[in-house]
Structures are given as structure tokens and as C-alpha cells.
Design a protein around this ligand. Structure first.
Ligand code: JFZ
Length: 443
């Protein structure tokens, strides 16, 4: 009797919460697991903003009026663009998904949209880039995520007067969020209807309507009505994962959390004050140099080692890595990027087993590196020379080890497990310049 009462109370509570909160479908839950397994993706910032070679914020930063800026559409003719090459490049780097800019803050739509004339079909190129990429991704079996800006520097209906950016665009008058929201819903409906299965939507621009990151007040000056936007997406493609680069704890209806240019716990970017979600998958994005969109003067390229370290450190924290390229306006990707991606791919060829489908956050990051885990195997990644000579120490590590070996040559390693933690002896081990991986077979 008592059990029955408990059952009905539980059922009642379930019904109440279901009415109020988003319950992801089984497909969506599966997509989240897949996302965690995938670990590594390619971010692509590309569009007419690439033409001036000054990053994707050029319109805002140079205060270019929209009526002048729009002319870029007339010169966007990326005749060298080859979707097959881009997708192969990503796959060869070991990436499992691509996140493509479909419309950035400058408002240009990279697909054949009915809802704005400022789109790729009105450029001399006249080919739907989202379609070309979607078809190729599906063909090569790699997931496609779509970046979509909530902020628009050109449209009159975007609530620009309360926005932090885009004030040099020459807009007067007041925005009309109801109209703008309808526009976004129309466009998102196209993106989630005409391009096959989509991995997810990567929203950006929320921060335009808030105090700067780091301020105590995190409220937005407009009500974005995310329940309507997210509801629409989940209705059209329930498995599609929604993420929003608002730099806060996830909002209701979101399926993953993102960080920008930081691992959780760091805040080098000044954008990452949020705590990492313990429920949702987490992703962090980073640039190959210091720019998202093509920047002709930016040659501060990160090394293969730095980028592999970022990937491994992310995996150790259970965080995906979305690595960006900003292709050139002609559709080619500069050799500095392609060479680095190739080298990362070579590292992945040998070591991806210690990354894909592993889970992190099982053991806290140490000065020397991180641990990733899959089934009964722990992968100890030594990224920095350990403080002590001849061994590494894993404080508090008490899980029982059966055998330890150096992954590179399968050589067995001695270890000792004590009250304080675990010692793994590195007798005769030559540390790898990027990552020395030790495999622990657990009892
Ligand atoms: C955003 C975009 O503005 C940028 O162009 C790029 O697409 C990146 C991945 O995401 O970056 C931000 C986000 C927030 C702020 C600045 C840049 N901010 O709060 O000042």
C-alpha cells in the first residue's frame, strides 16, 4: 500500500516537472553520449567577412555602415571552395564533427534562404554552401553542427538600441524583437528541414544584451524567448543538440554547454566565469592563431603540441575540443592550418584510442597531465615533465591497478599503491615531447 502511494506521488511529480521542463528524447540522450564520445570537432568561420582579411568582427570594429558593408556580397566568389577537401581534412585530423557558420553577426546567410536577400544565392558564387557542406558531411559520415548568430549588426528589427555592439552600422529607429524572433524561427526551420540530419545548433550573441562578462548582473535586456526557439528546434529534429555561447550555466532546453578559449576552471579569455555543467556535455572552442575569421596579419600560430595538449587536457576534464579554422575568401585554407591539422591527425592515428569514447573528470588534473578512462583501462597522459625524477605520483589515487605499461612499446612499468596514492615508476622511459601515455589495466 505504502509502495503504491510512493509510486503515485512519484508519477505525479514527474507529470508536474514534465509540464514545466524540457525532457530530452531518447535520440537526444543518445546524441549527447555520441557527442561525448566524439571529443574533437572543426569550427569553420567563413563568409564575406573573410574578404577584408581582418576577422569576422570587421564590420563592427571598423564601424562600417551596413549599406557599405553589404557590398562584400558582390565580391564573395569562393571558386576554390571544395567541400570534399574540407570534410576530408577534418576527418584526417581525427575530427568527428564540423560546426559551420551559417550566419554570423554581420547577418549574411550562407544558404538559400527565403527570408533574407542578403544571402549566398545573391553573391556571384550562387551556390548554397550549407547544402554543399551538409551533403558532403553526410556522404563522409561526419556530423554537421550549425552556428547561428542571435545578434545581427544589420537588421533593423534586431533590438540594436539595447545591444552592446553594432552601433556603427547606421541604423536608426527601434528594433522589433517579435519580428526578429519570427525571422530567426523561419530561418532555423529552413536549416532544420532542408539539410538532412543536423548534429546541433550553436547559438552565439546572447551576450550582446548583457553587462560585460564578469559583471555580477547577468540579466538580458531582452527576453529572447528561448523556450520558443529551442522548442521549435527540438520539434523539428529532437536529436539536434542545442548549445548557446552565453557563458553561463546552461539554460532550460539546452543540450550541451560551451566554453570559449578556455578549459573549465580557467579564465584566460575573460569570458569564462561559468562553472562546468555536471549534467550536460561540455565543449570548448579555440583558434589556431588569434582569430576566428581569416586574418591576413595574424601569424601567431599555435603549435601542434599546444593544440594536442588542449585536446588531451579537455578529454581529461570530459570536455570536447572544437578547433577553428578561418578559410580564405577564395575557399582555400591556408597551409599553416592544413599542415597543423595534418600533424594532429598523425598524432590521432597513433593515440586516438586514448581520446575517443573515453570519459574524463574521473581523476583531477595534475601538474604533469591528465587521466582519461575507457572501460577497464585508465590512460595516464604525461604532458609535462613530472616534478620528481623517475616516477609520477597520483595523489589519492586508490583504484586498484592490475598492470601498468607504457603505451608506445607496451613495456611493463612498476607501480606502488599506498595510503597517500599511487606511484608509477618511469625506469628507462624516454618521455615523449607531446604526450607520454601510460596504460593502467584496472582490477
Ligand atoms: C563569439 C563571436 O563574437 C566570435 O566572432 C566568434 O564567433 C566566437 C566563437 O564567438 O565570441 C565572443 C563572445 C562574447 C564576447 C566576445 C566574443 N563578449 O562577450 O564580449
Amino acid at each position: 500500500m505504502k509502495r503504491l502511494a510512493t509510486f503515485f506521488t512519484a508519477l505525479f511529480l514527474c507529470v508536474i516537472t514534465m509540464a514545466q521542463t524540457y525532457v530530452p528524447t531518447p535520440e537526444n540522450i543518445k546524441a549527447r553520449q555520441q557527442f561525448r564520445d566524439n571529443k574533437f570537432g572543426l569550427f569553420i568561420h567563413w563568409g564575406p567577412f573573410s574578404i577584408p582579411g581582418d576577422g569576422e568582427w570587421v564590420m563592427n570594429n571598423k564601424n562600417i555602415r551596413y549599406k557599405d558593408y553589404k557590398r562584400l556580397m558582390d565580391f564573395f566568389n569562393p571558386v576554390e571552395f571544395n567541400a570534399e577537401q574540407w570534410v576530408s581534412m577534418a576527418k584526417n585530423a581525427g575530427m568527428k564533427y564540423i560546426t559551420l557558420i551559417t550566419r554570423h553577426h554581420d547577418g549574411f546567410s550562407m544558404w538559400d534562404t527565403k527570408y533574407s536577400d542578403y544571402n549566398i544565392m545573391h553573391s556571384p558564387y550562387k551556390k548554397d554552401i550549407v547544402k554543399l557542406m551538409a551533403d558532403e558531411c553526410h556522404k563522409q559520415g561526419i556530423q554537421l553542427f550549425l552556428y547561428y548568430s542571435l545578434l545581427d549588426w544589420g537588421r533593423d528589427d534586431y533590438p540594436h538600441e539595447t545591444g552592446k555592439t553594432g552601433h556603427g552600422s547606421g541604423r536608426t529607429g527601434k528594433g522589433d524583437y517579435a519580428a526578429y524572433l519570427q525571422f530567426m524561427k523561419n530561418q532555423l526551420t529552413e536549416l532544420l528541414t532542408n539539410y538532412g540530419t543536423i548534429g546541433g545548433i550553436w547559438f552565439d550573441g546572447h551576450w550582446d544584451q548583457t553587462q560585460p562578462e564578469g559583471a555580477a548582473d547577468r540579466t538580458s535586456r531582452i527576453n529572447w524567448k528561448y523556450d520558443e526557439i529551442y522548442g521549435l528546434i527540438h520539434k523539428l529534429q529532437p536529436q539536434a543538440m542545442i548549445g548557446n555561447n552565453h557563458h553561463m550555466a546552461p539554460f532550460a532546453g539546452e543540450d550541451f554547454q560551451m566554453f570559449e578559449k578556455d578549459l573549465p576552471g580557467e579564465n584566460k579569455s575573460g569570458l569564462s566565469f561559468q562553472e562546468a555543467s555536471l549534467q550536460l556535455p561540455v565543449e570548448t572552442c579555440e583558434t589556431m592563431n588569434n582569430s576566428w575569421g581569416f586574418n591576413i596579419t595574424d601569424d601567431s600560430y599555435k603549435s601542434v603540441k599546444q593544440l594536442v595538449h588542449y585536446l588531451v587536457k579537455g578529454a581529461g576534464r570530459d570536455v570536447n575540443f572544437l578547433l577553428n579554422v578561418g578559410p580564405m575568401p577564395n575557399g582555400k585554407i591556408q597551409s599553416e592550418f592544413t599542415d597543423t591539422l595534418k600533424a594532429i591527425g598523425q598524432w590521432m592515428q597513433l593515440n586516438s584510442e586514448t581520446i575517443y569514447s573515453t570519459r574524463g573528470n574521473i581523476y583531477p588534473p595534475q601538474d604533469w597531465g591528465v587521466v582519461t578512462v575507457k572501460n577497464n583501462t585508465y590512460y595516464v597522459h604525461i604532458l609535462q615533465k613530472p616534478a620528481q625524477q623517475g616516477y609520477i605520483f597520483l595523489p589519492e589515487f586508490k583504484d586498484k591497478i592490475k598492470a601498468a605499461s607504457l603505451r608506445a612499446d607496451k613495456k611493463n612499468l612498476k607501480f606502488k599503491q599506498t595510503q597517500e596514492g599511487t606511484f608509477i615508476y618511469l625506469d628507462g622511459v624516454k618521455l615523449d615531447d607531446i604526450d607520454t601515455i601510460i596504460e593502467l589495466n584496472m582490477q
